[in-house]
Design a protein around this ligand. Sequence first.
Ligand code: CMC
Length: 431
Amino acid sequence: MNIDTTKDAAKLEVNGKTLVMDTIRGVENEQAINSLNLRKETGYINLDPGYGNTGSCVSGVTFLDGEKGVIHHRGYELKELAANCNFLEVAYLLMNGELPNTAEYKQWNSQISENSYLGPSLQILLNHYPSRSHPMSVLASVVLSLNGFYGDLGEERFYQLDMDVVRLIAKTPLIAAHDYRRKRGMQYIPSDPTLGYAENFLHSMFGVNLSPERRKIMADSLEKLLIIHADHEQNCSTSTVRMISSSDANVYAAIGGGIGALWGPLHGGANEAVIKMLEYIQMHDGDLASVIKRAKDKNDPFKLMGFGHRVYKTYDPRATIAKSVVDDLLEKLGVDEPLVDTAMELEKIALEDDYFVSRNLYPNVDFYTGIAYKAMGIPKEMFTVMFTMGRMAGWLAHLLEFREDEHRRICRPRQIYAGSPMRDFVPLDKR
Ligand code: CMC
């Protein structure tokens, strides 16, 4: 990995002991103190709930500068990738470190096409979920169960990793589309190898109910949305995937866990929550003031969904791309979506309000993406599934990187214990 180490550049004095540590500088000048020997040499641990100051790895996949609003993948700025590539090219870049050339892309694309099917047993499994089950719960558990279809009993097969990657990228959209259709009493639609990745998903979802012209328009937007979702360095779900992988659990177990983490409304689940919030405002005659008031009230757990980010202290660059995708999509589809006006008004009010300004709270990626999905006719309970389809590439890129990391150890944080001190056991009849 491309990092500079400065020997003995940091010093920590604690309890009469001095620990001298190396500092590390990454390619984009981000800095760290290497505290690997902290506990061994001082007896102290670093307490950092939420890991705001903790670097869990050295990674070469994605760089973020949250102060400047910069994101690049393997050196390529996200907005350039979104403007010029399709999702499969970006997925390849994330996982392989370079954009594919024509021959590599052809091979990658055909591997995905060849694995874009759901076998009969997988369809039977999907058919048995309750109709009311959330699509994220279906997706997480079906992905996990893929190990039952493709894994050896209890034995992780590192040598099959390439195939696991292909299967996950190929089958995730089909699982989502099949779940959508069968809950509505419709048949599974096999994928069409002549269509691109996003277009194939829309075809598998909507079949003949979507004209090829509209499907093409939507697919162009969807490719961009999948790209902006594709990776975001050590976010909650990616760290979960790395954490699960650190026990040498199989790929499907790690990705299933990542899907679970992404589902939460503070993470990828925010796109569903944003639309619910915007619809709530509409139903209450555009009452933006009460939503803003609630978001600022420290006694109310409500947050302005689609706002704020651990890393970004400025406008999320993904939100800028998402907004332009929404504008372009609505114009090309000829759809008038009043939620866009509500979202823009809400954004304007928040960005002029001292509460949000002083805390650097700006729209994040989830603020506008849901509007695009809604315009495509995707139901809101599937919005986080759409995020998952994109993020799958990033999870797999990090998993592959982690597997190759010479410093890889099981991830096992420590704690400060604050429960009862050791005490005598009291038998049941004496308690
Ligand atoms: N609405 C109201 N207040 C907020 C919000 C918000 N959306 N976000 C942060 N704050 C406040 C927070 O209460 C705290 O205030 P104070 O300093 O008075 O205690 C301050 O801003 C700093 O926030 P924080 O809680 O320390 O920030 P965090 O880094 O722990 O949390 C977050 C980041 C994304 C979880 C949070 O901003 C949030 O809950 N946002 C809404 C949910 C959301 O949109 N999530 C999608 C994130 S982007 C996509 C992704 O990661 O998948």
